[in-house]
Design a protein around this ligand. Structure first.
Ligand SMILES: NC(=O)C1=CN([C@@H]2O[C@H](COP(=O)(O)OP(=O)(O)OC[C@H]3O[C@@H](n4cnc5c(N)ncnc54)[C@H](O)[C@@H]3O)[C@@H](O)[C@H]2O)C=CC1
Ligand SMILES: O=C(O)C(=O)COP(=O)(O)O
Length: 523
């Protein structure tokens, strides 16, 4: 298998990849060049220098995984990758300390004019008065985005005896309290902070989160830092605020366009800048490269990814517990879709008992995959199953109840079209899943291999002739279950058989008096 590495990657990551795959390192490719080359590769490893556009992804016919050796994935069209069934992973922790340290370095360099003073002295000037700075001690730092890096910055700033305010709508008061920070709105921070630093991802919501309106609210001696992503702070508004002295200074590591040679920011004397160096330390680069290489190796060998962004990621210990339920949800859902035998409008996945208290996302995704693969084959996987269901307008209903009769946990799948539906319930015993009911009729079958499900009237001389049809066609029956109802009522029989049952044989079974329908499920 072939891996394309299209940005500089540390040697340690490359060595790992080289042990398993043919690795091509081709940096600085244009979109056209990437589109031309990408069909040959099963994996793509990038940093911030490669734009993985929809056009690139659409050409990536063999691609299984895109690995971002770093955090930000704003340069990857994750939606397009998801639709194409490509796993996107990043390395969320490997460079967080480096990015946090760079932010603190930028804040201190900004407060003491170190870069400007350094240049001045090197041009043989001794300008002590010009570069009078400010202390950070006792000042207020506003952190926009209190995730991994934001929190590390907050901790370090507390060490410098700064007071921390933060804005992050996804952070609880409890977490804020634990970090010793006060949660506030962006506008309140703009008014109160002496220093502001942004640490959100670049998204629709965070683009221009600091704009002219916020700069207008800031103190005249405010200083702002962006070591997250270009565009979180509006570059034009920042350049204007710097030029007209609305704020005292800015430190910027990241730009809307990189390299930012046309950016108005580079003309501002009170701006200090670095060329996207937040993650550029030996330690961070080894961490992220090794992490992404491990993910690529695991995924290309058929394993799972720890840091997948477009597939539910679950801690390994929980995954071990969920594995039989995931398998069961997938096979039951496939069985149910095969019973349905045609288009459907909705799928209901119900979780009962202990399993309802767990993270059920992996089972739901597996159920969607199982159902959709019946019609769509291997083009559907764990990554794109939810988006395929959405694009086919299949309603997905998840329900949970804490109680489960008979078993500690059960899962139900119901696939519906109009007023027709098929439903299957299953449970896990030990590590093995089993089907415990089909359309409400109690059965006890192992969900694997071939199963003939025959709807019939409970009366004499129906089951026997059905079995004779199979027997005379040399099909061995290895298991048999019949739903228990009163004589004369409709029920089902489920027959585990050792080989495939062709349509003509099923037709013959359907012609037995008392048989309403007979279908084959292949699992
Ligand atoms: N300069 C550099 O070289 C580096 C830059 N980065 C950038 O830093 C960003 C943050 O990285 P991490 O802290 O590791 O990510 P993270 O995912 O741990 O934290 C991001 C935080 O932003 C918050 N957030 C999301 N939307 C928000 C919104 N609308 N308003 C306020 N907060 C919001 C989230 O709740 C989360 O707490 C990355 O996305 C990346 O763009 C990361 C590493 C190096
Ligand atoms: O990890 C991130 O989000 C970064 O911005 C680091 O970028 P880089 O890998 O150094 O191009």
């Amino acid at each position: 298998m072939k891996v394309l590495v299209s940005d500089p990657l540390s040697e340690q990551g490359l060595t790992k990849l080289n042990e398993h795959f043919t690795v091509d390192v081709l940096t600085g490719l244009s979109e056209e060049e990437l589109v031309e080359k990408i069909p040959d590769y099963e994996a793509l490893v990038i940093r911030s220098g490669t734009q993985v556009t929809r056009k690139v992804i659409e050409a990536a016919d063999k691609m299984k995984i895109i690995g971002r050796a770093g955090v930000g994935v704003d340069n990857i069209d994750v939606e397009a990758a998801t639709e194409k069934g490509i796993i996107v992973v990043n390395a969320p922790e490997g460079n967080m300390l480096s990015a946090a340290e760079h932010t603190v370095a930028m804040m201190l360099a900004l407060s003491r004019n170190i870069p400007q003073a350094n240049s001045s002295l090197k041009s043989k000037k001794w300008e002590r008065k010009k570069f009078m700075g400010v202390e950070v001690n006792g000042k207020t730092l506003g952190v926009i985005g209190l995730g991994r890096i934001g929190a590390e910055v907050a901790k370090r700033a507390q060490g410098l005896e700064m007071d921390i305010l933060a804005y992050d709508p996804f952070i609880s008061e409890e977490r804020a309290k634990e970090l010793g920070v006060k949660l506030m709105s962006v506008q309140e921070i703009a008014k109160e902070a002496d220093f502001i630093t942004v640490h959100t991802p670049l998204t629709k919501e965070t683009r221009n989160i600091i704009d002219k309106e916020e700069f207008d609210m800031m103190k005249d001696n405010a200083r702002i830092i962006n070591c997250a992503r270009g565009g979180i702070i509006n570059e034009e508004a920042l350049a204007e605020a710097l030029k007209n002295g609305k704020i005292a200074g800015a430190a910027v590591d990241v730009f809307v366009n990189e390299p930012p040679f046309d950016s108005p920011l580079l003309e501002c004397e009170n701006l200090i800048a670095t060329p996207h160096l937040g993650a550029s330390t030996q330690e961070a680069q080894i961490n992220v490269a090794v992490s992404v290489a491990d993910e690529v190796i695991s995924v290309l060998r058929g394993g799972s990814a720890k840091n997948a962004l477009n597939i539910p990621s679950v801690k390994p210990e929980i995954m071990t517990m969920l594995a039989p339920y995931i398998q069961l949800a997938e096979t039951m859902s496939s069985a149910c879709a095969q019973l349905m035998g045609k288009n459907y409008e909705s799928i209901e996945i119900s979780y009962h008992g202990e399993i309802a208290e767990k993270d059920t996302r992996p089972m739901t995704v597996a159920a969607l995959k199982g159902m959709l693969q019946v019609a769509l084959g291997s083009g559907v996987n764990y990554v794109n199953a939810p988006s395929v269901a959405k694009s086919r307008k299949v309603e997905v209903i998840e329900s949970k109840s804490e109680t489960s009769e008979e078993y500690a946990s059960t899962i139900g799948i119901k696939i519906t079209k109009g007023n027709e539906s098929e439903s299957i319930m299953g449970a896990v015993i030990g590590d093995a899943g089993k089907i415990i009911s089909i359309n409400g009729e109690h059965v006890d079958i192992v969900p694997s291999g071939f199963i003939v499900v025959a709807k019939h009237i409970n009366k004499p001389n129906v089951i026997g002739p059905c079995c004779i049809v199979l027997g005379k066609n040399n099909i061995n029956i290895s298991g048999m279950q019949v739903g228990r109802v009163e004589v004369g009522e409709t029920t089902i029989m489920a027959l585990n058989v050792d080989s495939e049952v062709s349509e003509p044989i099923l037709k013959e079974m359907r012609s037995v008096e008392g048989i309403i329908d007979a279908k084959l499920i292949s699992l």
